[in-house]
Structures are given as C-alpha cells and as structure tokens.
Ligand binder design. Structure first.
Ligand code: EZ4
Ligand code: CO
Length: 405
C-alpha cells in the first residue's frame, strides 16, 4: 500500500479547523487534525510545501519510521507548527492502520484499560452565581469532574469570558485582529477562593473540581494560590506558570499539595522531561495534535507512568473532533490516563461536517468499535465554511504591560 495523495482542508466550521486526508492507492483514507489556533496558515504551508511531497509513494503502515523521518529528517526539530503538522499526519496514519486491520485504534495500542473515558466539562460564567447554576446542571447531567472559571468582577473580559460572549471564546471566528483584555492578579487572588468555597458549600465534597490559571501568575503567587485552595480539594490546578523554565515548578511544589497539571502547549517529550522526572507535576495535558501525534503521546504516557504522573489530554474547542476521537482511543488504552477535557458534542454546523459516534453516560464517554479513529469528514459540507483569519486575545496589566493571556 502506498500514499497516493494528501489533501488539506482549512475551514471555519464554527471556528477554524485544519483537517488532512491521506489517500492510499487502495482507496482507504485516514483523517488528521492540524489545527493550531491563530496560526493555522503556518501549518497549512508547512504541510503543503514541506511534508506532502516527501510522503507521496511511501508505505502508510510505517508509522514510526514516517514520524522519525519528519522529526529527525527536517533537521529543524520541535516547535508548535512543525509538531502540529507531524501530529496531523501521525493521526491519519493510525486511522489508516485501524481501517486496514478492521480494528479501532485503541486495540492497536494494546486494548482497553477501562470501560469508558472519564471527562471533565466546563462550568463557566460571568459571575459566581452563574457558575454555580452551570455546575449544578452539570452534576445533574452526571459529570464527575468539572472545571470552574468565572469572570472577575470589574475587569475587562477576564479569563473565561469575552465581553458579551461568555462561553467558549475559542469557538469565535470573527477576530481578524487580537482583542486586548486586562488582567489584575490581586483581584484574581482575592476572588478565586470564593468561587471554590461556594462550590463546596453548595455541592459538597464529592464532585471533583479543577481550574485553569492560564499562565497568569509568578511562581511564588502560584505557590500561594495552591496553598489557599487546599481546603477545597481540587483535582488539579492547570497552567499556574509557564514552564519555559521547568525549575520554577520546584517553587510551587515545595509550598502546596494541590495537584498540578500542565502541558497543553507542549510539543515534545522534552517539554515534559524535567517536570515529570523531578515529580513536579501530577497531570500531563499534552494533546495528540500539538504534541506530534499518537505515536509520541504513547511514549510520554509510558515515561510519565514511571513517576505516577497521569495523562489528562487537552480538549478545548480549538481541537477538532478528529483530535477528540484520537484522544478517546489513547485514553481508553493508557494505563495512567486520568481524565479527558470535554466541551460537548459540537455545534450543529460542526455536526454536518464531522461524523462520529460517542455516548456520554454518568460522566464517562463511550466509543463504538468502528475501525480506525471512528470519525468521518464531509468535504463538501466543509466547503460551505471558508477559513476566516482569527486570533486568540492578548492580555495586558492595567498599566499596559503585556502579560500572558
Ligand atoms: O485557551 O485551547 O484548558 N484549556 C485551555 C484552552 C486554551 C485554548 C487556546 O487555543 O486553556 O481553552
Ligand atoms: Co488550559
């Protein structure tokens, strides 16, 4: 079997998604997600100009060799654009391998380690009251784990919201320039404990809760937040501080027992190495797309398992349903999987383009035994939704200093 053609689709289906379709000479195809929020065109040209020509005629069953060829062979290793492009190819090759074998991908990885995939949903809101209503509804729907995010009072569109549009800012595709938001650490530090205090007072101690700090604190502030939130028993605090310098996590770790999660912007196992082997984190959030595919994510999981670090892949709305399905297979297999971020089954528009079959029962997602990744992509429906340039917001302190969003 040979790779005959690789097609690239960039569409704004509720938001921008980059989809690839690898065709073999035997009529089987595989699908991959190469979406890199706000930098989509860079991945398109990396694929079109620098990857596709090298893969035509290659044997699609050689997944490991193709991965090494694209990683080592480029000479220029790592980076989100490179690794997302490789991730899309890798996913599509696993899809093909599953279809050829007539098996779902989790079977090729080693079979199921659990009956279903525990997910965490988002309870967002413009105020604590609103978050509490949303949390209550999610508990009723059966969610076992929920992430809480609330807008800070008296600030301009702080995390979790964007002006009038409160939920799922990533779904928006109408931002031809980055919107500018404002950040105030003091207000945040005073406010967040109230959010979790209310959640425990109203809904008790059984529901597992988490929170995403989105890289907005310094290490010592992060240490303090972890400590303050200890009484509310979080499953994890995510992205307290960027880990460009992995040693900064030692400061956080020595002060708090609140579990720590990081990794959604990691793109190779090297981004995880110090954090995992020094036991500075508890959950690794690497994704199949931005982390370079299923092939390297399996290696990260195995490495992490030596240090009791569990996998909790990123599942924000800017990962396409193809990544979500790839995660499902990975999550079912990985012995040290913990929880999958899940934002629902997609908008009606998305459902005309991406076809898949998942069931959510009592907070667990269940997969069918469809071969490969178990997802299809309707090219014609997708062509109704042309790409629109769109950016994530940027963030400044109140005095104008550029900050992390
Ligand atoms: O803001 O994926 O945990 N989830 C997140 C995401 C990120 C987006 C950025 O594109 O932090 O919502
Ligand atoms: Co995050």
């Amino acid at each position: 079997m040979k790779i005959k053609d690789i097609k690239i689709f960039l569409n704004s289906v509720s938001r921008n998604f980059l989809t690839i379709k690898i065709w073999t000479d035997e009529g089987i195809y595989g699908l991959g997600d190469g979406t890199l929020n706000g930098r989509e065109m860079a991945v398109v040209s990396y694929l079109e100009e620098h990857i596709v020509p090298c893969l035509i005629g290659k044997d699609p069953s050689q997944i490991e060799d193709i991965w090494q060829y694209l990683y080592k062979g480029a000479y220029w290793r790592k980076g989100p654009v490179t690794m997302t492009a490789i991730g899309a190819i890798d996913m599509a090759l696993w899809d093909i391998k599953g279809k050829v074998a007539g098996l779902p991908v989790y079977q090729l990885l080693g079979g199921k380690s659990r009956k279903g995939v525990t997910v965490y949903g988002h309870a967002n809101g413009g105020s604590i009251d609103e978050v509490m209503v949303n949390l209550g509804n999610m508990i009723k729907e059966g969610y076992k784990v929920v992430r809480l995010q609330s807008k800070l009072p008296d600030t301009k569109g702080s995390y979790g919201t964007l002006e009038g549009k409160k939920n799922y800012y990533e779904l928006q595709s109408d931002r031809p320039l980055p919107p500018e938001l404002e950040w105030n650490t003091t207000k945040y530090m005073n406010f967040v404990p109230e959010l979790f205090k209310r959640a425990r007072a109203e809904y008790g101690n059984e529901i597992r809760l988490c929170h995403d700090v989105h890289n907005r604190l310094t290490p010592i502030e992060a240490a303090r937040l972890g400590k303050i939130l200890e009484p509310y028993d979080l499953l994890f605090l995510e992205d307290m501080v960027p880990a460009d310098n992995q040693d900064t996590y030692k400061i956080i770790r020595q002060h708090t027992t609140t579990p720590l999660a990081i990794g959604e912007i990691f793109n190779t196992i090297w981004d995880t190495k110090g954090l995992i082997e020094n036991q500075l984190i508890d959950y690794c959030r690497m994704a199949v797309s931005h982390g370079g595919g299923i092939t390297p994510l399996v290696k990260v999981a195995n490495f992490a398992s030596l240090y009791h670090v569990r996998m909790a892949p990123h599942g924000a709305p800017d990962l396409s349903p193809i990544s979500s399905m790839a995660h499902m297979h990975f999550d079912l297999w990985a012995p040290n999987f913990a929880v999958q971020e899940f934002i629902g089954f997609g908008t009606p528009e998305m459902n005309t383009v991406f076809k898949f079959d998942l069931k959510l029962v009592d907070g667990l997602l269940y997969l069918t035994d469809a071969p490969g990744l178990g997802i299809d992509f309707d090219e014609e429906a997708a062509s109704n939704y042309p790409y629109k340039r769109s950016y994530l917001p940027v963030n400044r302190l109140e005095d104008g200093t550029m900050w992390g969003w």
